[in-house]
Design a protein around this ligand. Structure first.
Ligand code: AQP
Length: 362
């Protein structure tokens, strides 16, 4: 792969007393888009150089909103292809699909008994996704953050690269870990299973949310997050869009009548302009201030053309490689099977410890 994501990342904060391990996941719920890429995947790729990484296609999460999904197998393979095409190395790191490692669901059950209803009632993602018809939302959608906590803590992960929208779920993960460590403190000490300064069993994972595009917004509405489930395909750039489609979507992207400002302060109250500038900065490995230094005072038409050229240059090779990989499902499946075996080798002893701590006989 010639393409190297350019991401300037601050050194992740060290979580003391335990292997520094990265975990993150993406739902196979449709076409991956630029938001998933800049908010998450670029960081997944960069962290490979410094951390042991576990990257998961979270298919159990994918059925929380819509449980009948004939396209699910294909979508699992597509997310896997996107991981590999972007530069994740499945030989050095772990890539697998969640449902193959049964300990995710087992640990989630324990966490369902630890997390409090009051905590889950505060989750804004549930409110957004359940919408007005809350009574009709699945129990799985409500318990989503508890399964997410299990995903992360099953590997005693210390760092979790995510977009801004997942910040609240990460805080809940830390609350669950803290309550587990406190409630079972005596057992953890008796069994000699404590780590770090607190002598708890689980580390408190640090979110990695940084850069100019931690929350990429819809191209049609600067107040809405770019999302796979937005009914308008023009709201997002998909990782497998071709050059013409990217150009067309960016040409039609909503803007305002003013020229671009020369300083970041001038983006206030102009969400669509801020979004496009943030996307450019993230793709170029630069900052909003530097982008405005180059394009400030100019019209959107010229800026959109430059953004199109940059997006096609950066995303084109990824989309092309994704197509090649998805044409070979047997290879993708072998990567996932091998990854699941290696994930289980980490997860199984941790789940056994949890059973011992809770008091389940095994
Ligand atoms: N718009 C975004 N900007 C920055 N980061 C984003 N992420 C998602 N949207 C944006 C990050 O991508 C990772 C994977 O997300 P996910 O697929 O697990 O779920 P999601 O956050 O619900 O993503 P979508 O696209 O909005 O999916 P749907 O429409 O199915 O709900 C996460 O790290 C997320 O922060």
């Amino acid at each position: 792969m010639s393409y190297e994501p350019q991401l300037e990342m601050a050194e992740p904060k060290l979580v003391p007393g335990i292997t520094q391990r990265v975990f993150s996941g993406i739902q196979p719920t449709g076409n991956l888009h630029l938001g998933n890429y800049l908010g998450a995947i670029v960081k997944f790729v960069a962290l490979q150089a410094t951390h042991e990484c576990v990257y998961c296609v979270v298919d159990e999460h994918a059925i929380t909103a819509q449980h009948v999904q004939p396209e699910l197998p294909q979508q699992i393979r597509e997310v896997t292809a996107a991981f590999l095409a972007a530069g994740i190395d499945p030989a050095k790191h772990i890539v697998f699909n969640q449902s193959r490692v049964h300990q995710h669901a087992e640990l989630a059950w324990v966490f369902n008994c630890i997390a409090r209803l009051g905590w889950l009632n505060r989750m804004t993602q549930f409110k957004d996704k359940a919408g007005k018809d809350r009574e009709n939302a699945s129990l799985g959608l409500y318990a989503y953050p508890s399964l997410m906590a299990a995903d992360i803590l099953l590997y005693r992960a210390t760092h979790v690269p995510v977009g801004e929208d997942q910040k609240q779920h990460l805080e809940l993960t830390r609350d669950i870990a803290t309550k587990f460590n406190n409630d079972f403190g005596g057992r953890i000490a008796d069994l000699g299973l404590g780590v770090g300064e607190t002598n708890g069993y689980f580390p408190l994972p640090e979110p990695i949310i940084q850069g100019p595009a931690t929350r990429v917004m819809s191209l049609r509405d600067g107040a809405k997050k770019m999302s796979k489930s937005d009914p308008s395909d023009y709201s997002r750039i998909n990782l497998n869009d071709d050059g013409d489609t990217i150009a067309q979507k960016l040409r039609k992207a909503k803007t305002d009548p003013e020229p671009l400002p020369s300083e970041e302060k001038g983006l206030e109250g102009r969400p669509e302009a801020e979004n496009l500038v943030g996307i450019y900065a993230a793709l170029a490995g630069s900052s909003k201030a530097a982008v405005l230094g180059d394009f400030g005072g100019g019209q959107f038409s010229a800026f959109k053309q430059a953004l199109t050229d940059l997006a096609v240059e950066k995303l084109g090779p990824i989309g092309k490689r994704m197509k090649e990989l998805t044409a070979d499902p047997a290879y993708i499946d072998s990567v996932l099977r091998d990854g699941a075996e290696r994930a289980t080798a980490i997860a199984a002893p941790i789940m056994n410890d949890v059973k011992d701590i809770v008091g389940f006989l095994r």
